[in-house]
Design a protein around this ligand. Sequence first.
Ligand code: FAD
Ligand code: MLT
Ligand code: ZN
Length: 481
Amino acid sequence: LNADHVTSIASLLSTPSSSLLTTISTSDSSIPTADASDLESFNTDWMNKYKGQSPLIVKPKSTKEVADVVKYCYEHGIAVVPQGGNTGLVGGGVPPKSTKEVADVVKYCYELGIAVVPQGGNTGLMLDNHVGEKGYMMPLDLGAKGSCHIGGNVATNAGGLRFLRYGSLHGNVLGLEVVLPDGRILDGLSTLRKDNTGFDLKQLFIGSEGSIGLITGVSIVTPRRPAAFNVSVFGLNSFEAVQKLFPKVKASLGEILSAFEFFDAHAMSLVKGHATAGVKDPFEAAHPFYVLIETGGSNKDHDDEKLSALLEELIEDEWVDDGVLAENTTQISQLWALRESIPEAAGKAGRVYKYDLSMPVEKMNELVEEMRSRFESKGILGADKMFSSVVGYGHIGDGNLHINIVAKEYSDEAEREIEPFIYEWTSNVNGSISAEHGLGRMKAEKIGYSKSDESVRIMQDLKKLFDPKGIFNPHKYLPGA
Ligand code: FAD
Ligand code: MLT
Ligand code: ZN
């Protein structure tokens, strides 16, 4: 490779089919740069919070091309930022629009339910549709499935809406192909479910957020797609009721429960006021909290019977104040939209400070209320104030709270009203400052709230081992990176 070759890689910007996207930032003015307007979207994150300054986007079409580009960058000391769908929420990367057809990219999906995906350009939704034709599903489901890439999902170790049932990508990913920062290809696309030979290197790349390698292929377990889904949403009058409901529902529905999500009345108002058309509140009266449950099983009659018996008991014995049950797939989507459109609705309401925390379930709402009363006592919460709303929602089944604080503008002053208070609070209850979104640019320097100094030092040593020149995703993920 030489500088001319890099020019031709940059010119691929205009081609519609993308496989992987690599942003290269360089201070070397001898390397030609793409047109500024083309770069805008790649340099802006989903929340419009972080701006990048990469002068060059590269769209390699094969693992070999990725390796060639990365090797060139390694030799010339050029920084590399891997990018997928740019739906990350912590400032890790920026977006392409993928048009690649999925049909030719899943190599195997056989009786063990394993898909091997050369990941370029494949969104979660495309893959789910593809394996769905064979009776399987992706184990990961999230609101961004129409845009995020499987490589980005693995790089962020995304959790999502069905984590409760299908578990972490640390368990579902069987193998990875990764281009290392010096251009070497780590060929580990295993389809073995069991393999106890040596260190399990792929685990290091799951959740590494593009800091030590670029994932070019993923082998993943795809569970059987349930024959029948049911979705129900309840209105509840307290967070304690939400808390008590989870073990009750789990005990009653057992193996068919696939999601247990909550959102508060403030989230519901945002959705009603700002989400896309078609989102409707199915309740006559407002409730302080809402819970969405989903079941997925292999026998519809059996699931319906179990669920009806539970719903009757929940209403009769006042576990919940009100409840609705979807009667068809359209209603299932409408009920899911109430929960899934919260991030989008918050984004339409203003600039969003987004926190994604793990903590004991009983602490979740305490933090949300404390944040609200803190702002209220300072007179900075309300229409036309610094912050217009504080909303709580998340994955109760995984102990994962999302707090979205909607501000008029992003500013240092606004950030100081939230941080470090929110991180200290979380650390004091032995929680994690990132349950699933990762660290990115936003939290690279904050990892100490959740990990010991010794753990961070070992992570920094690992980063040096894989990326001695520090060219992969600089200034993100770890302190001093
Ligand atoms: P990008 O945003 O492009 O990149 C994210 C990070 O991964 C960056 O650091 C980037 O450098 C790195 N990266 C990307 N591709 C590669 C690669 N091939 N190799 C190495 N590194 C790479 N997350 C959850 O966990 N649960 C949710 O429920 C959830 N819901 C969401 C809903 C919405 C509406 C949105 C916008 C986001 C949501 N997310 C959720 C955030 C989540 O992190 C991303 O949606 C997704 O996993 C990122 O994939 P991406 O392809 O967009 O990656
Ligand atoms: C979610 O659960 O909706 C996602 O993690 C995205 C978000 O919180 O913005
Ligand atoms: Zn989430």
